[in-house]
Design a protein around this ligand. Structure first.
Ligand SMILES: [Zn+2]
Length: 301
């Protein structure tokens, strides 16, 4: 009798211990599924989790972020995810209804929540009215959505996202970004001329750069016109700059025209809206892109 009872108790203990550990093993085994909207959100999630395993990027490499529309498959994958990391802002209005439809177990992580937002600014933008929207939207405060162009913001966002995911901060990546931030801070400030869209308001605001640009950050149409070309030539001469910048994936048409009229060169200053397919496949990171920008500013100072 005593032995039977011992066996019974031992069995109970085994069952109890097994029950304790089974859910844990199951949870660890299951790959978490994180959906990210833009490249920056993808990069931050990859740095936090330590790999690209289980992380999906909706706006594919090389695609225009401002033209994105989700497919039915995208919507299903968001609904079945553990978390969605998105930017917030006017380019992601397509996401609003999807977010409303999500079950409670999908974590909604908005990068806008971790930084101080700046209102869109028309200062020093030649074609400022291009992006104004209809009359009903005139009184509405529009925040500039390109929060990630300042690495100071990127660090805050990464810390916030890590906490929201319940994971520890990627200290190595944050240290690298802090070093980039410190180097941007210590560079002498030059005037930056963008013969292109200008999504760098957070960057110029945080680091004190003067700038002139052809179009606002999210302008749909960026074709050359005589006013833009004349103004940019004037600014290049007035500011004595030797470099004209464009953002990534640009046709550089306006920039090349200004360059040949002024003798300046054309360089890409990366806004990290998106990266090329090739860069994505090579594992290029947001920090790599910022280091390229840093090298260009150092070279041109
Ligand atoms: Zn943009």
């Amino acid at each position: 009798m005593k032995t039977t009872r011992k066996i019974f108790l031992a069995l109970l203990a085994i069952i109890f211990i097994t029950l304790l550990f089974v859910p844990v093993i199951k949870k660890d085994d299951r790959k978490s599924r994180i959906i990210t909207t833009n490249f920056v959100a993808y990069d931050f999630a990859r740095a936090i989790t330590g790999s690209d395993n289980g992380i999906s990027l909706l706006i594919k490499p090389g695609a225009e972020l401002h033209d994105f529309e989700p497919t039915p498959d995208d919507i299903i994958s968001i609904q079945q995810a553990d978390a969605i990391i998105y930017n917030g802002g006017e380019s992601e209005t397509w996401l609003e209804d999807i977010l409303d439809s999500l079950p409670d177990n999908v974590k909604k992580i908005r990068m806008f929540d971790y930084v101080e937002l700046l209102e869109e600014s028309d200062t020093n933008i030649i074609n400022a009215d291009e992006d104004e929207g209809d009359d009903s939207e005139k009184d509405k405060i529009e925040y500039d959505e390109h929060i990630w162009t300042s690495p100071k913001n990127a660090i805050k966002i990464i810390r916030g996202v890590a906490k929201a995911l319940g994971l520890s901060e990627p200290t190595g990546y944050i240290a690298r970004l802090a070093s980039i931030d410190q180097q941007f801070d210590s560079l002498p400030k030059q005037t930056l001329i963008f013969a292109d869209r200008f999504p760098f308001y957070y960057f110029t605001h945080d680091y004190g750069y003067n700038y002139y640009a052809a179009y606002p950050g999210c302008a749909e149409h960026t074709e050359a016109n005589p006013k833009t070309i004349a103004k940019l030539i004037e600014y290049v001469k007035k500011s004595y700059v030797k470099t004209i910048y464009t953002i990534e994936l640009s046709d550089q048409k306006i920039a090349k025209t200004i360059a040949s009229a002024t003798g300046a060169s054309v360089q890409t200053f990366h806004s990290a809206h998106n990266i090329s397919k090739e860069d994505f496949e090579n594992g290029v990171t947001y920090a790599d892109l910022l280091e390229q920008n840093l090298a260009i500013l150092k070279e041109n100072q």
